[in-house]
Write a protein that binds this ligand. Structure first.
Ligand code: PLP
Length: 445
């Protein structure tokens, strides 16, 4: 490198200093930045014009692929017509229309939606609604929230408290009081299981353990991801969610499904609740709701919660909660156009149709160096790698970097690679992703 190039690079990297990047090794990134400049369909383009195949739908959100014209145009039109409208004691029609459109996609009973701006906000909103409901129905003693080990529910204090990832918790003090966790469902003895594991439904009984320990009358709600995404793609054992539902019903505990990843076709149905035939009391959604094109989070609430909190309250504000940008016109426009694209392209069905091919192709990685487990459901897969002794996560990070440099975007958490392509992915592109990943794994020490 010449002195001039080195100076230029130092200058450029200095200009990266101000942005404190989220969930990023800031020093590592700024020393060797990897940037994205544009996106279309299944590909990102880097500032130097390289194409990168998107194996992760951005961050599990761009389910319809990038740059979809109806979504772009809807956002443009909304920005030009009604840039902002408060939804506190006022409204704008498209927010109401969109709420109706969303509830039509959800399992019967989930008839009301509360708008937020991210998955994290949706989770904290759902937890607050659960507490408010218990209080409204005369169960004010039910203040305990239960999560699950290896759960990810975003980064609000509520979501981190019920989440089960040590790295996200340990720097932030005692978090919410009165929170406990049931066991996760992962069992390494079931490595290379295709789809839902046949065994493990009995792990749901761990909720009974917490009921015995704390008393059901102290527990407001249980929150789980139907399929844990961020901690490495852990499909639920067959019968497990059904059993959680039954235990919650037995004890008056509300069940919250965090469907921020599983919503909008990822598993080959509108929601995991629909796929598994288990209806929660509350559901959180985000990401795919706008195809990632505008920030939005959603809490869908069962009508008995809305009735319990809203219709039973004295006149006046019934729930002291909301965001300046709840139902933001641009996000609503993006969401409406996104639902249109999903329906027009039949993307949820497409994901279901492609799932067996995706499963077979991903499982062809068995036997490739470092691969210790492969899990999958719908159009999501987790490929677990053996960690380097004393350097957990290092190998997967190197794989991530090499894949990116060679034209494939994957996601890694710890030593687990996640693949969750846009639902428009072609069979050839699935093969391309998997063979590129295999090739990189073979060359990675
Ligand atoms: N819940 C789940 C299941 C998630 O996967 C995520 C993000 O990945 C969140 C909540 C948080 O969403 P956001 O990053 O939009 O706050």
């Amino acid at each position: 490198m010449t002195a001039a190039t080195a100076t230029l690079r130092a200058l450029r990297n200095d200009s990266l200093a101000a942005f404190w990047m989220p969930f990023t090794d800031n020093r590592g990134f700024k020393a060797a930045p990897r940037m994205l400049a544009a996106a279309e369909g299944m590909h990102y383009t880097t500032p130097d014009g390289r194409q990168v195949l998107d194996g992760t739908a951005g961050l599990w959100c761009v389910n319809a692929g990038h740059g979809r014209r109806p979504i772009v145009e809807a956002i443009q039109a909304a920005a030009a017509t009604l840039d902002f409208a408060p939804t506190f004691q006022l409204g704008h029609p498209s927010a109401f229309d969109f709420a109706n459109q969303l509830t039509a996609l959800l399992p019967p009973g989930l008839d009301h939606v509360f708008f937020a701006n991210s998955g994290s906000e949706a989770v904290d909103t759902a937890l607050k609604i659960a507490l408010a409901y218990q209080k409204a129905i005369g169960q004010a003693g039910r203040t305990r929230l239960i999560g699950r080990e290896r759960g990810y529910h975003g980064v609000g204090f509520g979501g981190v408290s019920v989440g089960g990832i040590v790295g996200n918790r340990r720097a932030f003090g005692p978090l919410l009081p009165g929170v406990d966790h049931i066991r996760h469902t992962h069992d390494p003895a079931r490595a290379f299981t295709r789809g839902q594991p046949e065994t493990g439904a009995e792990l749901a009984e761990d909720l009974e353990r917490l009921v015995s320990l704390h008393g059901a009358d102290t527990i407001a709600a249980l929150i789980v991801e139907p399929l844990a995404g961020s901690t490495g793609v852990l499909p639920p054992p067959k019968g497990y969610l059904e059993r959680l539902r039954a235990i919650c019903d037995r004890h008056g505990i509300l069940l919250i499904f965090d469907e921020v990843i599983t919503g909008f076709g990822r598993l080959g149905a509108a929601t995991a609740a629909e796929l598994f035939g288990v209806t929660p009391d509350l559901m959180t959604l985000a990401k795919g709701v706008t195809n990632g094109a505008a920030p939005m989070g959603v809490v869908a609430a069962h009508r008995h919660l809305y009735e319990g909190i809203v219709e039973a309250a004295p006149a006046g504000i019934e729930l002291f909660h909301g965001y300046t940008y709840s139902g933001h016109p641009l996000a609503v426009a993006a969401g409406q156009a996104t639902l249109g694209v999903y329906a027009e392209d039949g993307l949820f069905e497409r994901a279901a149709d492609l799932a067996p091919f995706f499963e077979n192709t991903v499982h062809s990685l068995r036997g490739v160096p470092h691969v210790t487990d492969i899990r999958n459901l719908g159009l999501v897969a987790g490929v677990e790698l053996e960690s380097r002794p004393g350097a957990p996560g290092r190998r997967a990070l190197e794989v991530f970097h090499t894949c990116f440099d060679e034209g494939l975007l994957i996601r890694v958490t710890g030593d687990i690679v996640a693949l969750s392509p846009p639902l428009i992915v072609s069979p050839e592109q699935i093969e391309e992703m998997v063979s590129k990943l295999a090739d990189v794994l073979r060359r990675t020490p």
